[in-house]
Design a protein around this ligand. Structure first.
Ligand code: NOJ
Length: 492
């Protein structure tokens, strides 16, 4: 039985030490330093101060009983200028101490190479719009494999590539705040895919034989349900939504090296109607398709919520990746809301999503890398809402595994501790541990959800007794059935 339970975080959200010991600035450092950009004027300058708290963090992870810890490397902490001609040994020491601490406690490191904090020096040459980044990212990844790969056996290239491409270069809400909804996202995604494939091949060619790890990318996925399931146009719209969101990256990697047919068709057709000389969706050469196909060993993803989709006739102008999808999304107002707009708790969506991945990509090994709920409050140590979220989502994951035969290999909670929630600052809290951001020592306190999650890990799922005891609290007849019919809902 090799199911892995873990918690997740990312460098900019927890580390702090934004300019400590020779670290270079990232696009997030600079963005958060501009007043008005982040709620309450918050920044990641100190964050949870994890840069100075390796021992504390490892201790808490051990107390939780997690089998893995997923974190990311800050590129500009290792290469302050983004390039391998400037190497910051203090940054390397920090990650070595963290990795050694994890390994000493039998906690597998899952390491993301890029969780949004691009070195500013590389933004200055065009960021992910520049194909020079393919080589530069490869040289960073190569260095990381060489330096940490003796102990790190699970690598993620990009966290949420769709967010990088769309929020960073289309809507422009996240750094580098490029507002070009019609074509930059497609060009950026094209470069991200090539960079991902390049790094995969570097691992394959130079490190796999001696290090024996796995490597993947980690898309964000919301499950979507057609508004009228008897209307084929809504069913198609729901599929189209998923293809534009996820298939954009995973169709090339897990299928045929190329974008989903529906994306090629829609963007191509609309570009023609817009009198453009060619499609806004770039084209891969046959050689590139070959190079990209098959460049993930496992299927990782983040998921928080579900939506309802209808087909829609969207306008042709302004050119936009959003309009290209020809869908409209909404939510059901009866779904419990959370601190994040658009994040509602819809646990059953996770089971459907897992089944969709299984069917669409031929039953790959799947890892849920992020799942959790944000709550808007300063102190939520007594966090029953979060316990409810985890209980119901994990139960649905278990159903997908036990009843539907989904090849699920791991579940990670987002997040390890309260941390910098991007544009929202420290307001919405996702942590299993509370962090006191008013105290310079950033003390961590386990919430009730941490105690609960530790118990799930210890039991490797939700044992029968627990399910039944909580039934009146949950009021979900579906779960009663599983209690009666399936016995223990644990991974076995
Ligand atoms: C996904 C992102 O990867 C993570 O950084 C973020 O904090 C969570 N979503 C919650 O919004």
């Amino acid at each position: 039985m090799n199911f892995t339970w873990g918690v997740s975080s990312s460098a900019y959200q927890v580390e702090g030490g934004w300019d400590a010991d020779g670290k270079g600035p990232s696009i997030w450092d600079n963005f958060s330093h501009v007043p008005g950009n982040i709620k309450n004027g918050d920044t990641g300058d100190i964050a949870c101060d994890s840069y100075n708290k390796v021992e504390e963090d490892v201790y808490l992870l051990r107390a939780l009983g997690v089998k893995n810890y997923r974190f990311s490397l800050s590129w500009s902490r290792i290469f302050p200028s983004g390039r391998n001609n400037s190497i910051n040994s203090h940054g390397i020491d920090y990650y070595n101490r963290l990795i050694d601490g994890l390994v000493a406690n039998n906690i597998t490191p899952i390491v993301t190479l890029y969780h949004w904090d691009l070195p500013q020096a590389l933004q200055d040459i065009g960021g992910w719009e520049s194909s020079a980044l393919i080589d530069l990212f490869d040289s960073f990844a190569d260095f990381c494999f060489q330096t940490f790969g003796d102990r790190v056996k699970f690598w993620i290239t990009f966290n949420e590539p769709q967010v990088i491409a769309w929020a960073g270069y289309g809507a422009g809400t996240l750094p580098p705040n490029v507002n070009d909804p019609g074509s930059a996202p497609y060009r950026v995604a094209h470069i991200l895919l090539k960079a991902h494939a390049r790094v995969y091949h570097t691992y394959d060619d130079k490190y796999r034989a001696s290090q024996g790890g796995v490597i993947a990318l980690c898309p964000n996925i919301d499950w979507v349900e057609p508004k009228t399931p008897s209307d084929p146009r809504d069913i198609e719209a729901a599929d189209r939504y998923l293809q534009f969101l996820v298939g954009w990256f995973t169709h090339p990697i897990f299928k045929n090296g190329d974008y989903p047919e529906v994306m090629k068709w829609k963007v191509g057709n609309r570009s023609e109607l817009q009198n453009l000389p060619s499609s806004r969706l770039p084209v891969f050469t046959a050689e590139e398709r070959d190079y990209i196909r098959g460049t993930a060993d496992v299927f990782c993803f983040n998921s928080y919520t579900s939506k309802i989709v209808t087909h829609s006739t969207t306008r042709l102008r302004p050119f936009s990746y959003e309009y290209d999808q020809e869908v409209l999304t909404k939510v059901d107002s009866s779904w419990p809301s959370s601190a994040i707009t658009g994040h509602r708790a819809v646990a059953w969506g996770l089971r459907r999503l897992l089944n969709w991945i299984k069917e669409e990509y031929g039953n790959p090994p799947i890892y849920i890398i992020e799942n959790g709920v944000g709550i808007k409050t300063k102190s939520d140590v007594d966090d029953n809402t979060r316990i409810f979220y985890y209980k119901t989502y994990i139960d649905e994951a278990l159903k997908a595994y036990k009843l539907d035969g989904v090849n699920l290999r791991g579940y990670n909670a987002w997040s390890f501790m309260d941390s910098f929630e991007w544009l929202n600052g420290y307001d919405p809290r996702f942590g299993l541990h509370q962090v006191d951001f008013d105290n310079p020592n950033r003390p961590r306190t386990p919430k009730r959800s941490a105690v609960y999650y530790a118990e799930i890990i210890r039991n490797n799922g939700i044992p029968l007794a627990h399910l039944c005891i909580s039934i009146h609290a949950l009021l979900r007849t579906e779960i009663v059935f599983h209690c009666v019919l399936q016995g223990n809902m644990v991974f076995a």
